[in-house]
Design a protein around this ligand. Sequence first.
Ligand SMILES: [Zn+2]
Length: 105
Amino acid sequence: MDNQNIESPVASPTSSVSSISSTASPTSVFLSKEKEYVKNYNKNYYLKNKDAILGHLLQRVNCELCGKEVSFQRLTYHKNTSLCLRKRKNKKPTTTTTTTATTNI
Ligand SMILES: [Zn+2]
């Protein structure tokens, strides 16, 4: 008994290339595939590191411009608020940068 005549339906990679017509350019197809891949990758990455990401985003940081303590995700937004602009003027410009890492738990 020999099963040599059983042919496996292998799709040849060259046949699918010609199917891409002029309506969709190969680059756009490639880009949409890339986008999808990145989207999925980011989604998986987020699900895996959800706690770490959120923990980082919700971490309290001090605004380097006015010194106010805000959460990391709000920092960019905070810098554009009138509150920050006002506090910046009140804050005296410090010539010496003192980096004190205080860890009070
Ligand atoms: Zn600020």
